[in-house]
Design a protein. Structure first.
Length: 398
């Protein structure tokens, strides 16, 4: 093969490799990504001219172009250099491919999105609430709810527009017995209501209280949407307020950036986008006992409906009477519809809440979606807390 070699006069020299690397004939660079290294590197006219000049001036690094076999030292060094260059180019190509994949991946704020199992994706898809199709669907659900629960004459009982005195009396009596405080502490003053009907109402109210666990969303809502106002309304009128909130809310996977003030030479984070009432509610629902307490109250409500007030007979008798109530009472019918909607929509805000806490637990998310009421209470029990420094208010540090 046509190669370059040093004259025999300088081959044994101690600085042979240094001289060889610095020679002008080693400046030839092979193509970047050849599948196989070339077997020879022919001299260009420029290198021929350099050879003539060096021989004319009797340069100590005078070289001669001769024919050698593949074992020539120059050939080995050139192939080693080619291999190193090829490896460097392969690394560059891989880095560019990796960068291209990152450009199409979720943003840094989505890096902590909890991974969902395939079972979870099949059973219930991810809700965003920020696109027009979702808002339209929720709006249609809300209008249908108003019609079938409040306005239609075809449902059990009288429509809400008739202002039936019987329904108003039931609503007042259920409010007096709220969370069984009056029946337990002052039974002689408590109105007597069928325990199954009473247990249904208390279970629904307890379910709505669980949604206060997402009060931290209030820090990220826009367009004047009051999270606390909608949650309070949901506690009294359930889906009349809950469904519109899901349609109007802004997806809030993280808390807004915190400002800080100087106090004692240190920067103290503050957040003045939250009212004092919202802050007090946050302190309650961020307690680790909030979920178990509300879940225990729901369990007691169910127990009361099954076994409370023994004078109402055994389970079969209670079931028969309860079915009769559902067929003739508009309030009982609406409570049952409310519970069905809650069961479907209870996990709507869970993924955002998990992102805010960097909580990656696909099994917990699946339980929150599939187990009505108690799945949400379980999530509230096991979720990690939001750092208290992020919930600190300006009034606390001034």
């Amino acid at each position: 093969h046509s190669m370059l070699a040093l004259s025999p006069a300088i081959l044994p020299g101690p600085n042979f490799h240094t001289q060889l690397q610095s020679s002008p004939f080693m400046s030839l660079k092979p193509p970047l990504l050849l599948s196989q290294p070339p077997n020879h590197y022919p001299l260009s006219s420029r290198h021929h001219n350099s050879l003539k000049m060096m021989k004319k001036k009797r340069h100590p690094m005078a070289v001669t172009a001769i024919l050698l076999d593949d074992s020539c030292c120059v050939n080995r060094i050139r192939q080693q250099r080619w291999q190193r260059q090829r490896q460097r180019n392969i690394v560059v190509v891989k880095a560019r491919q990796s960068s291209s994949r990152e450009d199409h991946s979720p943003s840094s704020t989505d890096a902590s999105v909890p991974s969902r199992s395939s079972v979870g994706r099949l059973l219930l898809p991810q809700f965003s609430g920020d696109n027009a199709a979702t808002k339209f669907t929720l709006g249609l659900l809300w209008v249908s709810y108003l019609w079938f629960v409040l306005l239609t004459p075809n449902a059990p009982g009288s429509p809400a527009t008739s202002l039936d005195p019987h329904d108003l009396k039931e609503a007042i009596e259920l409010s007096i017995n709220f969370w069984f405080v009056t029946p337990i502490l002052l039974p002689q003053l408590a109105p007597v209501i069928h325990p199954a009907f009473e247990g249904l109402f208390e279970t629904l109210v307890t379910w709505s209280v669980l949604y206060f666990g997402f009060i931290t969303e209030a820090r990220s809502q826009k367009n004047g949407v009051s999270t606390l106002g909608f949650l309070i309304g949901s506690s009294f009128l359930t889906n009349i307020f809950f469904i519109p909130y899901l349609a109007l809310r802004t997806s809030a996977p993280s808390l807004p950036s915190q400002r800080s003030i100087k106090k004692g030479g240190n920067n103290v984070p503050i957040n003045d986008d939250v009212t004092s009432l919202e802050e007090r509610v946050e302190n309650i629902v961020e307690n680790k006992y909030f979920g178990p307490t509300v879940g225990a109250m729901a369990a007691f409500s169910i127990f009361w409906g099954l076994f409370g007030r023994p004078e109402y007979g055994d389970l079969s008798q209670r079931a028969t009477e309860f079915l009769e109530i559902l067929k003739n009472d508009r309030l009982a019918y609406s409570f049952l519809v409310d519970m069905g909607i809650f069961a479907v929509l209870q996990s709507w805000m869970v993924p955002d809440d998990m992102r805010r806490r960097n909580f990656d637990a696909p099994l917990v998310l699946l339980v929150a979606r599939l187990v009505p009421l108690f799945g949400l209470a379980y999530y509230m029990s096991v979720r990690p807390p939001i750092p208290q420094s992020l919930l600190q208010k300006k009034n606390d540090v001034e």
